[in-house]
Design a protein around this ligand. Structure first.
Ligand code: ATP
Ligand code: MG
Ligand code: MG
Length: 549
């Protein structure tokens, strides 16, 4: 096991507990239900739930649901399922920022009454122009000096639905000349006549992310509010609200570098495009770096947790190579996935010295190291090996089957190829071979046989389909320049599909998502759907890192 990677928040939490600043920590994971969770979210989940677990604290699940037009119940359901699948349980009930809409409204009134907020009638475009830029201070809104009474009246009427969308906002009165643009009178409320998945039609004004987040943390008694670095510039605003409102406690915000993973996109907006534009078959398509996609592809949750631990938590960004995630998946599957044989491109082998009416059943271990019992593998005169495991014109160093050469059939006999059988077009249709009957579980006498290939019995094997998934994008940084989908068609993203594969009989019992190592081929799991009546297996990952070879 690799040593635990650096996690600077671990030290902060440990110090806060040691100093007595907190007697127990409370963290939260705050997704917006506007898409499925992706591998980047896993980093935040492992961090927030992981710290709570490690230090005997609590972690809340709170949906950050202030933007009803983009949110859906289906996303809420998927997010809950994914967190549970990763192996975490939130403390208490699922929470929603919308649970706090009434308190937030009261606090907005409080800010108005204390002269710290005003109703502004600038349009969105005008407000943007007044905001200035990094190099230019903003200008005060002409509505900034409205009286408390007028602001109270207008804000209450905004809530009552008297004004059209976009006509007015409630803004904090902070500093239009601030070097931090987030402090230039940020918007607290917008008018939006949208049905909300939790609150229905109760509200036609919705609080902004900034006005919601810190106060929700305070209401829930969050001690360490952990977010990604984009929110560093929002921290002064986060603290401004806590200072100017009668909140029950003052949480602290900490930022860490988000996960950027090579060869895939991890932005809900971009993943949503892949779904909407038909590049993939939904959010849980095995090509998606969503947790649901990775699950369907066979990634074990323990591998994702291991990966998140290994990449560590710091404030310096950088790109993590997808190979690191694959390595964690392989480590996990190598220890825990039972072995099986599946021939992707079958080539018939006829064992000329084995009787046609005989069949024997070999018992092979399900795992080479762990005690997982055995599996029954039928052996008879007609077998299948993979087309790639025989060559008439072998390249130098070829260790598989050649005419006149020998290989071992995994777990069975050594065979020798005598003859190639071809059809009229010259295509190889079968091989005639002989077994050395003394080589079952024994070395052949007087010679070394290096190659070992996998095989199945022709009659007693099952037909199945196999899809060879790989990385989502060929290029390391698909988002680096321009449109990440430019020049790409849905076909470019299709995974190779083999539909006439032959697998050992035990695989008929494979359950959805259950991991197997197909010997010499990689790790696979059964898809939840069959393909034209055949079990379909998804390649989770190759056996070795052969990327770029
Ligand atoms: P996206 O950019 O994909 O839309 P988001 O940050 O808008 O993601 P949220 O639902 O707001 O998505 O995220 C919930 C939590 O997950 C936030 O605290 C956010 O900081 C964290 N998170 C999102 N993406 C990553 C990432 N790539 N690495 C680490 N944490 C992330
Ligand atoms: Mg967000
Ligand atoms: Mg977002």
């Amino acid at each position: 096991e690799a040593p635990a990677a650096v996690n600077f928040l671990r030290k902060i939490v440990a110090d806060d507990l040691a100093s007595g600043k907190h007697s127990q920590i409370v963290t939260r994971f705050p997704p917006e239900p506007n898409g499925f969770l992706h591998i980047g979210h896993a980093k935040s989940i492992c961090l927030n739930f992981g710290l709570a677990e490690e230090f005997g604290g609590q972690c809340h699940l709170r949906f950050d649901d202030t933007n009803p037009s983009k949110e859906e119940q289906a996303y809420i359901d998927s997010i809950e399922e994914d967190i549970k699948w990763l192996g975490f349980r939130w403390h208490g009930a699922v929470r929603y920022a919308s649970n706090y809409f009434e308190v937030l409204y009261q606090w907005a009134l409080h800010l108005i009454e204390s002269g710290n907020a005003y109703v502004c009638d600038l349009s969105a475009d005008e407000a943007r122009a007044f905001r200035g830029s990094l190099t230019e201070p903003g200008k005060n809104s002409p509505y900034r000096e409205r009286s408390v009474a007028e602001n109270l009246d207008l804000f209450k009427r905004m809530k009552a639905g008297e004004f059209v969308e976009g006509s007015r906002t409630l803004r904090a009165k902070i500093d239009m000349a601030s070097g931090n643009i987030n402090l230039r009178d940020p918007v607290l409320y917008r008018i939006r006549f949208a049905h909300h998945h939790q609150t229905g039609d109760a509200w036609c004004i919705y609080p902004s992310y900034d006005f919601t987040h810190g106060q929700s943390d305070a209401i829930e008694g969050i001690t360490h509010s952990i977010c990604t670095l984009e929110f560093e510039d929002h921290r002064p605003l986060y603290e401004w609200f806590l200072q100017h409102l009668p909140v029950p406690c003052k949480p602290r915000q900490y930022e860490f570098a988000r996960l950027n993973l090579s060869h895939c996109v991890t932005s809900k907006r971009k993943l949503a495009r892949l779904v909407a534009e038909g590049y993939v078959d939904g959010w849980d398509d095995p090509r998606m770096p969503t947790l649901a996609g990775l699950r369907r592809r066979g990634y074990p949750p323990a591998a994702i947790r291991r990966f998140c631990e290994r990449i560590g938590v710091n404030r310096a960004g950088g790109l993590v190579d997808f190979a690191m995630l694959e390595l964690c998946v392989r480590e996990e599957l190598d220890s825990n996935a039972p072995r099986a044989m599946c021939v992707l491109k079958p080539l018939k082998v006829i064992i000329s010295n084995y009787p046609a009416d005989e069949m024997q059943t070999l018992q092979l271990p399900r795992h080479p190291k762990q005690d997982m019992g055995t599996r029954s593998i039928p052996f008879s005169r007609e077998l299948y090996i993979d087309q790639d495991d025989f060559s008439e014109n072998p390249p130098a160093g070829y260790k598989r089957l050649v005419l006149g050469g020998e290989v071992r059939l995994r777990g069975a006999y050594v065979i020798k190829a005598d003859k190639v059988i071809k059809d009229e077009s010259g295509q190889i249709t079968a091989l005639e071979c002989r077994i050395d009957a003394d080589t079952l579980g024994a070395n052949p006498a007087g010679r070394k046989v290096k190659g070992v290939i996998h095989w199945v019995c022709a009659e007693h094997s099952i037909l199945c389909a196999v899809r060879l998934y790989d990385r989502q994008f060929q290029v390391a940084q698909p988002e680096a320049e321009g449109d990440f989908l430019e020049g790409l068609t849905a076909e470019d993203m299709a995974a190779p599909l083999y539909t006439n594969c032959r697998a050992e009989p035990a695989l008929l019992q494979a359950k959805t998502g259950e991991a197997y190592q197909f010997e010499r081929e990689g790790y696979f799991c059964r898809d939840r759907e069959d393909l034209k009546g055949k079990p379909l297996f998804n390649r989770t990952v190759t056996l070795r890192d052969t990327w770029g070879e």
